[in-house]
Design a protein around this ligand. Structure first.
Ligand SMILES: [Zn+2]
Length: 284
């Protein structure tokens, strides 16, 4: 069956879906921390400068931003470049997932859900240093059900579910201990999220799980250096709406995006890197 549907087909369909989902994720990132409804029935998207109601033609992912050259059609106020970046980024992530899992397409929905939640959670974490519980819970429940379905219908089998469960518990305990010993290093939201990411990585294999968690810390350290340096040298330019909040100013950087970036490394390079390590150390 898989030979009849080439990998580029899955990648292309997923990319188109990613553009649409990415457009919706922009709404989630903007509205959820403000306590606004994300479904938005009866409350169309509006220009934050002049309140101009954005028409469907002005809401085409990426294309509208380019046609309007990043400006509102009514007041010419600047539209944040984040919107097309989120849409294009979601499309790229979705395409990579479609390509990566084309041999076992039952798995694709589970990973698309994680990618969408990763974009939303990363955007909100960068803005507010929080990971909303409903989105983290969706990683667990949605991901758990979709991975269960993929194990039943696809080629992964029950051992993948066993690894997912062990990964979830082991990573949550590990991050809880890390948070308990050094609470300035991460927030408790990161601890809660860690189990869901580890469930996915463990489902894929031990290599992706170990490499993914390790890479999140490595990327977090590498990412913290330029952010903290810039904040110290240009504090005015890097202050946000939440910088007066002492709970935020005492914190370093949002760790959620780095956990997801580490997961990407785990998915892409986890198996070959762990095989190489075991080979070099003579363990295999
Ligand atoms: Zn406007």
């Amino acid at each position: 069956m898989t030979a009849l549907v080439p990998a580029w087909f899955w990648a292309g369909c997923a990319a188109l879906l990613g553009l649409v989902i990415g457009s919706f994720l922009n709404v989630v990132v903007y509205r959820m921390p403000r306590g606004m409804s994300v479904v938005g029935v009866g409350s169309p998207s509006a220009c934050p400068s002049c309140g101009h109601h954005i028409t469907w033609a002005e809401n085409v992912p990426v294309a509208s931003y380019l046609v309007l050259r990043g400006r509102c059609s009514a007041c010419r106020g600047a539209i944040s470049v984040r919107y097309p970046v989120v849409e294009a980024g979601t499309a790229v992530l979705f395409a990579l997932i479609g390509y990566r899992f084309a041999a076992d397409p039952w798995v694709i929905p589970a990973w698309l859900l994680l990618a969408a939640l990763a974009v939303a959670l990363s955007g909100i974490d960068i803005d507010t240093y929080t990971l909303p519980d409903p989105l983290v819970a969706a990683c667990y429940w949605g991901g758990g059900l979709l991975l269960l379905g993929a194990s039943v219908l696809g080629t992964a089998g029950p051992e993948a579910l066993g690894r997912a469960g062990i990964g979830l518990v082991a990573s949550a305990v590990f991050h809880f201990v890390a948070w308990f010993c050094y609470p300035r290093g991460m927030g408790f939201g990161d601890v809660k999220l860690s189990g869901a990411i580890a469930m996915y990585l463990g489902w894929l294999g031990w290599g992706p799980l170990v490499i993914g968690v390790f890479a999140s810390y490595l990327l977090g350290l590498l990412g913290a250096v330029p952010v903290l340096w810039a904040r110290r040298h240009h504090p005015d330019r890097h202050s946000g709406p939440h910088d007066q909040d002492p709970a935020v100013t005492s914190r370093g950087i949002p760790f959620g995006p780095f956990m997801f970036a580490g997961a990407v490394v785990g998915v892409v390079a986890g198996t070959p890197l762990s095989d190489l390590y075991l080979h070099l150390t003579g363990l295999r």
